[in-house]
Design a protein around this ligand. Sequence first.
Ligand code: C2O
Ligand code: CU
Length: 477
Amino acid sequence: MATRRDVLKLAAVGGVVAVLPLEQAVSAIASAAPAPSKPFTLPMPVPTVLRPTERTRHADVYDVKMVGTTTEMIAGLTTSVYSYNGTYPCPTIRAAKGRPVIVRQTNALGVDTAVHLHGGAVAAGHDGHPMDIIKPGAKREYHYPNIQQAAGLWLHDHAHLLESENVYRGLHASYIISDDTERGLKLPSDKYEVELQIRDARIEQDGSLTYTRAQDRPHILVNGRERPYFKVAARKYRFRVYNVSVDRFLSLRLADGSEFVQIGTDGGFLPAPVTRNELRMSSAERVDVIVDFSRYKPGTSVVLQNTSALPTENADVMRFDIGGPARDDSRVPSVLVPATPLPTATVERRFVLQWEPVQARYTINGLVYDPNRIDAHIKRGTTEIWTIVNADTSAPPPNFHLNHNFHPHLAQFHVLDRNGVVVRPEEAGRKDVVMVAPGDTVRMSVTWSDFTGRFVIHCHQLPHSNYGQMATIEITP
Ligand code: C2O
Ligand code: CU
C-alpha cells in the first residue's frame, strides 16, 4: 500500500501537473466500458435494523464484524464489497437519546479500518480518529453516549489514507437517534420512514467495483442497488436522504418538479418545515423530507433525478411506483423543534480549502494533514465563528476536485451566511457538513461544549481529505 508521501512523490517524479492522486487510478480502469446501467430493474431494499447482542442496564451492546461480502448492485451481476456485518446495504443502528450504545467492532477485512460516528458527540477515544486503527483481525469497542437530539447520523470508515476507498467499497451504515420530541411529532414512521443512501459507483461488466475518479463512476446506487424502483402507497412518507458518495454533489428533484417538505438537516429537526422542490447535497450531508404520494394516481410512477449529473450521465436516480391509498394518521406540524438563540461568539477562525495542482495535493490553510500537528487550540465551552473559504475558482464539469465541503467532528454548527448572504432556513438548522463551492465563503457558529481532546476537521470529499485536506483541533478544559 502506497503511503500519501509515496503518492505525492510519484506525482512529483512523473512531473505530472494537475493530476489528482485518485486520477492516477484511471490507468487501472479496464479499457472496456463499464456494465450497462439497467434502470428500474431491481427493487430498492430498506436497510435492516441491527439487533443488540445484549441490553444491559446502562447500554445497548452490538457486535459488528467488518467483513467482505457480495451483493447484486446491478441485476445479474455479483459485486464484492466491504460490509458492517455481512450485508450491503449495511444494517442500521437505532439509538434513543439518553441511552448509550456500545459497538464492539471486529475487523475481519484485510485492510486497516477505523469507525467514525459521523455527526455524533462522542469522546475523542471513541471517535474513530484516523490514527486509531483497527488492524485486520483486531477488535475495538466504541462507546456512543447519544446525548444529542434526534438525528440521522452515520457510521463510516476513517482509517488514515484509506477512508475514501473503504467507504466506497461499502463501509457506511446509518445510525439514527430518536427522542421524545420526535415521537410527539407524529411524523410518518415504521415502514413509512425510509432511508435513501445515495451514491455513485463504477461496476465493470464482470460485476467488480472499481475505485476511480468521479467522472468514471456512471452508476447511481440507492441503498446499494443501481437505479432501483420502490413501491410506495399513495400517502405520506418520511425519507432520510443521505449523500454517501465519496465525492459527488447531488441535486435531487422529482421529475415532475413537485414539491416536498424538508423537516430536518444533518443534526436534527428544523424549527419549522420548509417547502422545496430540489435538494442540493454535498457528500455526507443528510436531509430529512416528507413526500406525499397521495397526489399521484395509483399505478403511476415518478422518477427521482439528479440534475447535477454530467451531460454524459443518466440523470435518473430511482423510481417511485405509486400503489393504492393507505391509511395515514401522520402529520407535518408547523412547528418542529423551537430554535434557540445562538450563544455569543468570542473567537474567530478562518480555514481556506484549496486544490494545489502543482503539488497534486489538497490543503487547509496551505497545509496537508499531519497527525502530529495541532492546527487549532480551543477552550471547551467556547462559541466560535468559523469562516470557510473555497479558494479554487470554478471550471466546467467534471470539476469534482474543485468542489469542497467542510466537516468538523464532535459539534453540530449553524451556518450563518454564504458570500455575505444569510442562508435560507433549510441550511440554517443543525449541520455537521456544509457545502463550499468554488469561490464561496461560508461562515458558521459552532460551540465546543461536549468533550475535550483531539478531533479532526476536514473536507468531506473523501479523496480530498485522503490527500491532505484535513486538520486537527484540540479542545482543552
Ligand atoms: Cu464523515 Cu471525518 O467524517
Ligand atoms: Cu475538498
